[in-house]
Ligand binder design. Structure first.
Ligand SMILES: Cc1ncc(COP(=O)(O)O)c(C=O)c1O
Length: 393
């Protein structure tokens, strides 16, 4: 019993009343887009394993091989003796594929965002304040990074670059370094930022452009390496993860050599954390080899998403601005999302309800994420199950 248990319980009771309490439900992967949960096999439309690489033999083999050859752990932080030759090799491969001068690995996407933003907004670096313009639907880790830096975000309406432009113009006379912080693919809506237009805006207003490519890496852009490449060299920092389409774990920053060297010196999340272990690096390395070869799989993924959106629209289900492998079915109310999720589970489908604070109040949804591990028949099973389970709100 901890001192605060009565307060924890009260808080959990409040969450129960609002239908927003979360619980951890263990699952077992069953291959090809399926998992076992609560004694049943379910078609899994809730993972971020967009290319089915989490169970790809090449990733598993290289992870095992590198662990066997170099051990289970990196034994220290990057700056002590944790930088193995393997880290440097994976970073060089990644920089080549992203087309940037340099790249730097981080232990997770959350950790990267939470730690990099405070390092960038450092007053000693900038010689003054940071003026930080952020998309309203940015991921929680980006909000966390801003909060940790103590900056007040200047939020623009989701993907509304006219609004961003006007906010930048309004502040034109103020001192401070401008930053635009946004995502190339939004995790809950599945829509994309207009990267060329963002890059042009950043150029015009002299702003540093930070792009989170967590859900684009592996899936979109030239050779599947994300949408930052569409920014014509004007994306200052692209971060992304290995934990979603790349099937493994960990994150990266791609950008200039000076940026990466600066982060090595000033980014607490890199300096004070044990380096990624060899098995994780092995999976990263194999994923980087595979991703450029998967154009046909990427095209199929987007065709499946197109089919799902069309089916949902036919049923009168709104899919927000989705134009990627992430297709939300918006229910609005929390309890409707939970009820639909339950009805789908009864029909053998895992579709997790996403509720506030992950999404804005009144926009609860089921977030369906497609994977090349799904067959066309799996997709049709999903469509029929939703048609059967959906009751107009
Ligand atoms: C946009 C975005 N950025 C960062 C992260 C965090 O990445 P990771 O899961 O590797 O910690 C996520 C994960 O959900 C995300 O959706």
């Amino acid at each position: 019993m901890s001192l605060l248990d009565p307060l924890f319980r009260q808080h959990l009771d409040r969450l129960d009343q609002r239908h927003t309490r979360r619980t951890l439900l263990p699952v077992r992967p069953e291959g090809a887009g399926r998992i076992r949960r609560g004694g049943r096999t379910l078609l899994n439309f809730s993972s971020n394993d967009y290319l089915g690489l989490a169970s790809h033999p090449r990733l598993v083999e290289r992870a095992c091989d590198w662990a066997q050859r170099w051990g289970a752990g990196a034994t220290a932080s990057r700056l002590v003796c944790g930088t193995l030759e393997l880290h440097a090799e994976v970073e060089a491969k990644l920089a080549r594929q992203k087309g940037t001068e340099a790249a730097l690995l981080f232990n997770s996407g959350w950790q990267a965002n939470a730690a990099i933003l405070p390092a960038l907004f450092d007053r000693e670096l900038l010689g003054g304040d940071a003026l930080v313009f952020t998309d309203r639907l940015n991921h929680a880790s980006l909000h966390h990074g801003c909060a940790a830096a103590g900056v007040r975000q200047i939020r623009f309406r989701h993907n509304d670059l006219d609004h961003l432009d006007s906010l930048l113009a309004q502040r034109a006379g103020e001192p401070g370094t401008r930053f635009i912080v946004t995502e190339s693919v939004f995790s809950m809506d599945g829509d994309r930022a207009d990267v060329p237009a963002l890059a042009a805006l950043a150029e015009r207003h002299g702003a540093f452009l930070f792009l989170d490519e967590a859900h684009a890496t592996g899936v979109l852009g030239p050779r599947g390496m994300g949408l930052a490449a569409l920014g014509g060299g004007r994306v200052d920092l692209a971060m992304g993860t290995f934990s979603k389409a790349l099937g493994g774990f960990g994150a990266y920053v791609a950008g200039s050599g000076a940026l990466c060297d600066y982060l090595v010196n000033r980014c607490g999340g890199l300096i004070y954390a044990t380096a990624l272990p060899p098995a994780v690096l092995g999976a990263m390395d194999a994923a980087l080899d595979l991703v450029p070869t998967l154009d046909a799989e990427r095209a199929r993924l987007q065709a499946m998403a197109e089919r799902l959106r069309a089916a949902f629209h036919g049923l009168g289900i709104a899919t927000a601005g989705s134009s990627t492998q992430i297709v939300p079915a918006i229910t609005g109310a929390e309890e409707d999302a939970l009820a639909l999720s339950r009805r789908l589970e009864e029909r053998g489908i895992l579709g997790i309800a996403i509720r506030p604070p992950t999404v804005p109040p009144g926009t609860s949804r089921l977030r369906f994420a497609l994977s090349t591990a799904h067959t066309d028949a799996d997709l049709e099973t999903l469509v029929s199950a939703v048609a059967d389970a959906w009751s107009p709100q």
